[in-house]
Write a protein that binds this ligand. Structure first.
Ligand code: HEC
Length: 178
C-alpha cells in the first residue's frame, strides 16, 4: 500500500493537470474575438443631407434641442422632456441624450467641459459671418468623422444614438438667438 499510494497520487495529479490544460485551452479559444470586435465596431463614416425643414425657430423645437444638449440619461434628465421628446425608449429603458455639455460650453451651461470648442454665441460667431452653415452643423452632430476622422464627438445619427429629428432639434438650438 505504502509504495502504491504515491503512484496513484501522481496519476491523479497528472489527470487533473491535463484536464485543467484542456479547460484553459477551450476558454481561450472559444470566444471569437474578431467577431466580437466586428460587432462592436462603428459603421463607416456617413455623409448626410440635412432634411428639408430641419431648422426651426419654434420654441418647442429649440427647447427640445436645449434639453438634449444639457442632459445625459433620460431617467435622470432634469425637468420634464419638452413636447414630443421621450425620456424612455420603447422598451422602457432610459433614453441617452447628447450630454454635449460634457465637452462644450454654451449659454447657461452648468459645469461645461472644454474638450470641444465653446458654442456660446454660435449664431453671431459662426453663422452670421458665413463660417458655418446649418447643414455643416447637422453633419457635425450626425457624424463628425466625415470632417474629423479621429473626432472626440459622439457619433449620433450613424450609430442610432439619435434620430434625424433630434439632430435637427440640436441644430435649431445651437444656431438660435439665445
Ligand atoms: C467627448 C467630447 C464631445 C462631446 C460629448 C460632444 N462634442 Fe461636439 N465637439 C467636440 C470636439 C473635440 C469638436 C471639434 C471638432 C471635432 O472633433 O469634430 C467638436 C465640435 C462640435 C461642433 C462644431 C463647432 C464648430 O463650429 O467648429 C458642434 C456644433 C458640436 N461639436 C456640437 C455638439 C453637440 C450638439 C453635442 C452633443 C450631441 C456634442 N457636440 C458632443 C467634442 C465633443
Amino acid at each position: 500500500m505504502k509504495t502504491v499510494a504515491p503512484v496513484v497520487i501522481a496519476a491523479l495529479a497528472l489527470t487533473a493537470a491535463s484536464a485543467f490544460a484542456a479547460d484553459l485551452k477551450a476558454a481561450v479559444e472559444s470566444p471569437d474575438a474578431k467577431a466580437i470586435l466586428k460587432k462592436d465596431a462603428l459603421p463607416a463614416p456617413t455623409t448626410y443631407t440635412m432634411p428639408k425643414g430641419c431648422v426651426s425657430t419654434d420654441a418647442t423645437v429649440i427647447a427640445r434641442g436645449a434639453y438634449i444638449f444639457h442632459n445625459l440619461n433620460g431617467s435622470k434628465a432634469k425637468g420634464d422632456a419638452p413636447g414630443g421628446l421621450a425620456k424612455k425608449l420603447a422598451d422602457g429603458e432610459p433614453k441617452q441624450y447628447g450630454n454635449c455639455v460634457a465637452c462644450h460650453n454654451i449659454e447657461k451651461a452648468d459645469g461645461p467641459g472644454n474638450i470641444g470648442p465653446d458654442l456660446t454665441s454660435y449664431k453671431t460667431h459662426f453663422m452670421d459671418s458665413g463660417v458655418r452653415t446649418a447643414a455643416w452643423v447637422y453633419q457635425k452632430i450626425a457624424d463628425a468623422r466625415v470632417d474629423v476622422p479621429e473626432t472626440h464627438m459622439t457619433i449620433n445619427l450613424t450609430n442610432g444614438l439619435m434620430n434625424e429629428q433630434e439632430v435637427c432639434d440640436l441644430v435649431s438650438y445651437i444656431i438660435s438667438e439665445k
